[in-house]
Design a protein around this ligand. Structure first.
Ligand SMILES: Nc1ncnc2c1ncn2[C@@H]1O[C@H](COP(=O)(O)OP(=O)(O)O)[C@@H](O)[C@H]1O
Ligand SMILES: [Mg+2]
Length: 147
């Protein structure tokens, strides 16, 4: 569930979106889950790269497409999920997702709708949208929380 819009930002380059992600990463707290919502190529992984930077992750963050989840070490552990290729939420159970969602680190989840009922209601949402009438590098990025 997502209800309240807490922030709405417009970015005009990938680096601007990374910088926004970095601010979120700097403030992130243990146990938080951020759902990254948007079409293919919206900028979810770009946002995740900035987020990781803000969390102090030194290794490069790429798309975890073939692994469901990649773990990084920063100020807190970072669990970067990409659920694009999962066919059933039971695949998340197989990797023991609870240990990550409800563990000591911060989770970023690309394609969160594929986790269906497994995400807790207090997960935070980052919703990224293009608007080609405003240019190919334009993105509207909204931060939503709710229960
Ligand atoms: N304002 C912007 N914010 C984020 N990405 C942008 C922006 N403008 C252009 N891009 C480009 O869009 C692409 C986003 O890719 P990616 O983050 O992998 O998307 P996703 O993970 O949502 O499928 C990158 O090639 C990036 O350089
Ligand atoms: Mg991606």
């Amino acid at each position: 569930m997502k209800s309240e819009v807490n922030l709405e930002v417009e970015t005009f380059s990938a680096e601007e979106s990374r910088i926004l992600g970095e601010e979120f990463g700097r403030k992130a707290k243990r146990g938080e889950i951020y759902c990254l919502d948007g079409d293919l190529g919206a900028g979810k992984t770009v946002f995740a790269q900035g987020f990781a930077r803000g969390l102090g992750v030194m290794s490069p963050v790429d798309s975890p497409t073939f692994t469901i989840m990649k773990q990084y070490e920063g100020r807190l552990p970072l669990y970067h999920f990409d659920l694009y290729r999962i066919e059933d939420p039971s695949e998340l159970s197989e990797i023991g997702y609870e240990e990550f969602f409800f563990g000591d680190g911060v989770s970023l989840v690309e394609w969160p709708e594929r986790a269906s009922g497994l995400l807790p209601g207090d997960a935070k949402w980052i919703v990224i949208k293009s608007d080609f009438s405003k240019g190919s590098d334009y993105r509207q990025i909204r931060f939503l929380t709710g229960q």
